[in-house]
Design a protein around this ligand. Sequence first.
Ligand code: AOF
Ligand code: ZN
Length: 435
Amino acid sequence: MNFERKLTASPKTIPNKFRPIASLGNGGSCLKAAFSRNPISIKRSLIHETMKKIRNDELEPAIIDWPVYMRRAIDLAGNAINTSPNPRVGCVLVKNQEIVGEGWHVAAGEAHAEVMALRQAGDRAKSSIAFVSLEPCSHTGRTGPCSDALINSEVSQVVIACIDPNPKVAGKGIEKLIAAGIHVTQLTDFDSLARAVTPGYFKRREQGIPYVRCKLAMSLDGRTALANGESKWISGRQSRSDVQRLRAASSAVITGIETVLTDDPSLNVRIDDLNLAQEELTRNEKALSKQPLRVILDSQLRTPDVAKILALPGEVKIFSIDPPDTAKNPASNVEYLQAATSGKRVSLHCVLKSLATDFACTEVLVEAGATLSTAFIQAGLVDELIVYIAPKLLGSDARSLLNIAGIESMSDSWDFEITDLRQIDRDIRVVLKPA
Ligand code: AOF
Ligand code: ZN
């Protein structure tokens, strides 16, 4: 289907709330656009000459404890539940082997990690070493440049774990610090750890699509629902609370029309179900005040007006291949978007691209049935599988976890690596990445 033609043929007949997705703009292939840009590779060569890069096995005795502080900075970054579209960043200020200030970025629009740490340190920031999980920013966005704040506080050195892929920063923060006479070092062994604490920020900036988690819940025998479709409460209460946290960390929760029609889910974050300590709730108040986008992939526009998901607070985006019914007047929180097709369905890649480009989504959670979850996996779009296993047997008549057909030899199997494994009350949670 030629998108450009469709758009120019009837631009005025498509009200704002029924717009085709902007990321497909000018009829360009969204795939091409998503992978065509890499500003960092150019910047890195510039930075290389000026910033020192050190591996852990190169640390001299005087700085042997640096990894401890960097590890702490990265752990602090992970305290933030949802900083979307910003990165999770942590900062530790150290003077005479003592931590004099710590901080992390709590939510977009709030102070950056360095500013939080500098505030805590006060006068003690002078001559300290700043350990930051990400290159300090150089621009004025919702807040002022952190590199300036560090310079003004007269820190002696800045140690970073990774470079900011934001084209507004991308090496300029480092250059600013160096120009002010501050030594900047990258502890290269922490690069991947610092990126992993905020994977969606990097994925969106570098690949133009969000980081995708796919949540699945099954019985011991790999079944998700009885043959009659009954599926409620396979996993226990604590696992469901864990899923609430996954949702809270996400910019969007994605589901399919079949799930909407069969389960009528809410897919929202319920603060009471998060089981957070009061202090954590207060700290993350801003991040939790906004519901993740709820996204329905609904090729033929079958979402009923009475679906629960439409009525709850928060925005809903419905992606279809059919042009929306312009006679319909959806609620103000609901937007219909016409996406490119893949076969007879909405193109999953283009939906992700739109979520990253049009709605600044960084981490998204797929909570769908077997068909859509399988489609995401088979398209190679899942970065992380989170599987809750309940100690139950549902039997061979029950429905299976996924619908991957046609595997005839072991070499064709889909391989994953376990990155985390833990017991949650009576259930087991396995986190996996494609091998
Ligand atoms: C830092 N420290 O803690 C964070 C940084 O809109 P703003 O002003 O919040 O700026 C967001 C951008 O700043 C974000 O895209 C990224 O480049 C950087 N984030 N930088 O020095 C922080 N969160
Ligand atoms: Zn900053």
